[in-house]
Design a protein around this ligand. Structure first.
Ligand code: ADP
Ligand code: MG
Length: 337
């Protein structure tokens, strides 16, 4: 791999509540290289957003705490930085795009003011230079009438336009790492395609490392080099994007792929994975996916499998792929297809 930009290692982020501890992120390891786009996929509640918020150290609005692991950005452990040092990195070397741009744009300030603020915080520009840079960023993300938009308020823009403003803001200081958490989920399909195009273009021009969080495997197929599949706070599979679609291993991944609508297929016939992501109250003792797995075996109820290397470029957390002598393994593997 090229130069490593982000290295999340064995990250644990827990929420302590009245009903006990929720292990929202429980030993997650993700690496992103320069110019590389790594997808993080999994159903809602798997810990994707908590992983991204932990990486940006933006958990303070939540009861969540990082209780273990390291997060390195260009070799520096972010967990050891002061809040001030972290603020310097955020928006400068590392930027984040959220699903709902309204929550990260300030409704009472004009677009231009917000963009200029970000630019002036990190670049040595005077007011006029900052304004010019803001206009050119808005043009770069394909917003028409950039000179006018700069004097408008967030509510005056459509959802797709706001998301473009967010991308302009995130990319304004030329970050080395972009974390995009469901950047297109709230948008309709046409706008979604345009935003993905834009992100691809920016990445290719600037060699930005991207951690792209999504529950949409279509987005993964279009954007990513490598994919990390998460389930119940853990990584269950990781490989390159092509292998993920052609030779998925974990029954959960197979289920996710099976639920992608195929061209011409009746949506009603879509196979989704039966059951739900476990809640803290009913967290299984062994493999967290066991209650929903078509290939479940006795051992799965007893012990959580480890994330093991199954091929040169493939890891999987499943008893079917561990070194054991399960009798009817071939049949079970077939069932999970
Ligand atoms: P995803 O982004 O994959 O949909 P999240 O990372 O948002 O999932 O959440 C993972 C789990 O973390 C949730 O199911 C929930 O149990 C817990 N969690 C997330 N945010 C909070 C919060 N603010 N307070 C308490 N628990 C939370
Ligand atoms: Mg989320």
């Amino acid at each position: 791999m090229s130069q490593i930009m982000l290295e999340i290692d064995d990250l644990k982020t827990y929420f302590r509540g009245e009903e006990g501890t929720v292990k929202a992120v429980d030993g997650v390891t993700i690496t992103v290289g320069k110019g590389e786009t790594v997808g993080v996929v999994g159903e809602s509640g798997c810990g994707k957003s908590v992983t991204s918020l932990s990486t940006m150290r933006l958990l303070h609005d939540t009861p969540g705490k990082i209780v273990g692991g390291t997060i390195k950005f260009e070799g520096k452990n972010l967990l050891e930085l002061s809040e001030k040092e972290m603020r310097q990195l955020r928006g400068n070397d590392m930027a984040m795009i959220f699903q709902e741009p309204m929550s990260s744009l300030n409704p009472v300030y004009k677009i231009g003011k917000q963009l200029e603020e970000v630019i002036r915080l990190h670049m040595k520009y005077n007011k006029k230079q900052a304004r010019n840079h803001a206009v050119s960023m808005l043009k770069m993300v394909g917003l028409p009438r950039a000179e006018e938009i700069i004097n408008e308020y967030p509510f005056q823009l459509s959802g797709g336009m706001r998301q473009r403003v967010m991308i302009a803001m995130a990319m304004a200081c030329n970050p080395k790492l972009l974390i995009a958490d469901e950047p297109t989920t709230a948008l309709d399909v046409t706008i979604q395609a345009q935003i993905l195009d834009l992100m691809r273009k920016l990445r290719d021009e600037r060699d930005t490392a991207i951690m792209l969080i999504t529950h949409d495997l279509g987005v993964v197929a279009e954007m990513c080099d490598r994919v990390v599949v998460m389930y119940a706070g853990k990584v269950v599979e990781e490989t390159d994007v092509e292998t993920l679609f052609t030779e998925p291993q974990h029954p959960y991944t197979k289920g996710l792929i099976g639920s992608i609508p195929k061209l011409g297929e009746n949506a009603a016939k879509l196979e989704s994975i039966p059951g739900n992501v476990p809640t803290p109250a009913n967290m299984p003792k062994g493999c967290k996916f066991a209650p929903r797995c078509k290939s479940v075996m006795d051992i799965c109820w007893e012990k959580d499998p480890e994330l093991l290397k199954t091929d040169t470029n493939h890891t999987c957390r499943c008893w079917l792929y561990q070194d054991n002598d399960i009798e009817n393994k071939e049949d079970l593997l077939e069932v999970s297809e």
